[in-house]
Write a protein that binds this ligand. Structure first.
Ligand code: HEC
Length: 401
């Protein structure tokens, strides 16, 4: 990290420190963990409300808090609002798992209120469907018709802001943006996108929820046992959010983890020893081991086998991969081409053309044709495009009205 970046980060830390401090005077409703009767894991299970330590440490604190079990036995983020539940009461309890809207975007089949938002799981990337850049990386152990499933959730702080400003429909977003206001989620906003896979997607892989698996977190959902293969976590503690993604060190389900010929090598100077890796398992650093220990029984032991792929808070991150950051499971199965994944850049294109309301959302689900997928974003094709504050959830996760 050069000294200029350190300077910029310090300013951001100071400004945000003030913002977070004033936000603390008006606490958001509890997000799920830490209430009465829950496993007592202290601060490790509370979502961080300010920036302390490195960005990697913050990413881990978010990951651990979001995955702590609540007293109902569900993971904290599983108690948050899912996109499908917004106008489909059935989806709020059962029917949690859905397809990838991003995959629909890459297949150029995306529309506002896309059926994938509420439909079932979807096909994994296979040699028949892979982008040419991904073909040689398709796992060799897939079954004939492999599927994966996705859940997208927002925490209470994010939902409250969106609800208060009428942003949970694309019609409401149009009204808000046409009035000249800017969407700016509060610093407590957190989103989680999780990917699950059933054993039937593989040959020779057992995913048995009757036995704890130390390699990967497993859970029975709608009667089927799934493994949790990818977790995206974002936090508005930084102006352009903090972007982080985690994968289990489990070659059976995540054989391409940390591969620089796919998206990027893993780099986590806070939590991983060694910090940089290209697919081999690493040890948890003493600092990370202490965080796991502080979470105690609230954090399923299998989460100790997850590793952080990398973080971004600026378009130039991660410096080592020249801005490329993606999950070998989530983005791979959405068919994002090799070396073309950048969380922060792709989400910067979550834009809304206020002249086209209520169907103003950028239908590309990513860059406009010819736009940069990684690094500094290409400006939108006109002044009518207004930001949705990096949230594709607003763009594609909500109904029209
Ligand atoms: C090529 C574009 C693209 C890339 C790269 C990308 N995303 Fe997304 N992401 C999307 C789209 C489109 C959605 C919304 C639809 C969906 O649920 O898949 C989304 C959804 C999400 C969500 C759910 C909430 C929301 O804002 O929609 C999170 C959290 C998220 N992404 C984080 C990440 C992280 C972290 C990375 C990098 C490791 C990343 N994304 C990379 C396009 C992208």
């Amino acid at each position: 990290m050069n000294s200029e970046r350190v300077g910029i980060n310090w300013i951001a830390v100071m400004v945000l420190g003030l913002a977070v401090h004033s936000a603390c005077n008006h606490p958001a409703p509890p997000a799920g963990a830490g209430g009465p009767g829950q496993p007592s894991a202290g601060a490790a299970c509370d979502l961080p409300t300010s920036i302390a330590g490195s960005r990697e440490e913050l990413a881990w604190r978010l990951f651990v808090a979001a995955n702590c079990k609540t007293r109902t036995g569900r993971l904290t983020w599983e108690t948050w609002t899912t996109q499908a539940c917004l106008n489909n009461p059935d989806d709020c309890t059962g029917k949690r798992l859905h397809g990838s809207v991003l995959a629909a975007a890459n297949a150029h089949t995306l529309t506002p209120d896309h059926p994938k938002r509420t439909a079932g799981c979807q096909n994994m990337t296979t040699s028949a469907t892979a982008d040419p850049s991904l073909k040689q990386l398709v796992p060799g152990n897939l079954s004939a018709a492999p599927v994966f499933c996705e859940e997208v959730t927002i925490n209470a702080a994010e939902k409250a802001y969106a609800q208060h400003n009428g942003l949970l429909t694309t019609t409401g977003q149009g009204t808000f943006l046409q009035s000249g206001k800017t969407i700016d989620f509060p610093s407590g906003a957190v989103e989680v996108k999780a990917d699950w896979v059933p054993a039937s997607s593989f040959q020779g892989v057992t995913i048995d929820c009757s036995k704890p698996n130390p390699a990967v977190y497993q859970e029975i959902i709608d009667g089927t046992c799934y493994a949790l293969t990818g977790v995206h976590v974002t936090s508005k503690l930084f102006p352009n959010w903090l972007w982080a993604t985690f994968e289990p060190q489990n070659p059976q389900t995540n054989p391409n983890r940390c591969r620089p010929d796919l998206y990027n090598a893993c780099n986590d100077p806070w939590g991983s020893a060694p910090a940089t890796s290209t697919g081999a398992a690493t040890a948890a650093s003493p600092a990370l081991a202490a965080l796991f220990q502080a979470a105690g029984a609230a954090l399923a032991p299998s989460f100790q086998n997850y590793r952080l792929t990398g973080v971004q808070t600026e378009y130039s991150d991660p410096i080592a991969s020249a801005g490329v950051l993606g999950s070998s499971f989530v983005e791979f199965n959405a068919n994002v081409p090799a070396h073309q994944a950048s969380c922060i850049t792709c989400h910067s294109y979550a834009l809304y053309d206020i002249t086209k309301a209520p169907k103003g959302v950028n239908p590309n689900g990513g860059p406009f044709p010819g736009g940069a997928p990684v690094g500094q974003p290409t400006p939108p094709p006109g002044a009518a495009w207004k930001p949705l504050d990096f949230s594709w959830f607003l763009g594609f996760g909500v109904p029209t009205k």
